[in-house]
Unconditional design. Structure first.
Length: 189
């Protein structure tokens, strides 16, 4: 019960902050606490990169303390385990998707596993392909928003699928290898 009250208080404080921020110049670079999502739904079309045949489609929805990502990634080999992250720039124009920059990391944290201790805001668990080479995505990314323009807003950034598994340890990339699919997070509504 206490926890729920604290969460409600935090949400109220965040909404008040967001209301104040809307009249101020862009808070993106300086906001220290998570603001609220202003969008209801986003989407990503993952297109092949680095000469791969990997592609996919994702839907993003604000949920609880973050954003939930669902969808499918295809063109993998059965049983493949692949790094999957939000990267800082929504630019997939380079053939190797290097234009998407590094992992989205507004809190200046070390790379890690999303469910365990310090990690980049854009870190997420590896995708695992089924027997047909399709990975079903069902990922919750805590501490980020969809829309709103604060430092932790992931709208307009990129989602990347890698050629190898993220070891959740190697800095700053998880040693996940080449970028084999890339797509920009766009707001639908
Ligand atoms: Cu990545």
């Amino acid at each position: 019960m206490n926890r729920q009250i604290r969460i409600a208080t935090a949400a109220l404080a965040a909404s008040l902050l967001a209301a104040c921020a809307s009249t101020a110049p862009s808070p993106r670079a300086t906001s220290a606490s998570p603001a609220m999502s202003t969008a209801k739904e986003g989407a990503v079309n993952l297109s092949a990169a680095s000469g791969s045949l990997v592609s996919g489609a994702l839907v993003l929805r604000p949920m609880g303390d973050g954003v939930h990502i669902t969808g499918e990634v295809g063109g993998l080999k059965p049983g493949d385990v692949r790094g999957f992250h939000i990267h800082e720039r929504g630019d997939c124009s380079a053939a190797d998707a290097s234009t998407a920059g590094g992992h989205f990391n507004p809190g200046a944290q070390p790379h890690g596993r999303a469910s365990q201790g310090a990690h980049h805001a854009g870190d997420s668990d590896n995708l695992v392909a089924d027997g047909k080479g399709v990975a079903r995505v069902d990922a919750h990314v805590r501490g980020v928003t969809l829309g709103g323009g604060a430092a932790n807003d992931i709208a307009g950034r990129a989602i990347i699928v890698h050629a190898a598994a993220d070891d959740y340890t190697t800095q700053p990339t998880g040693n996940a290898g080449a970028r084999v699919a890339c797509g920009v997070i766009r707001i639908l509504r």
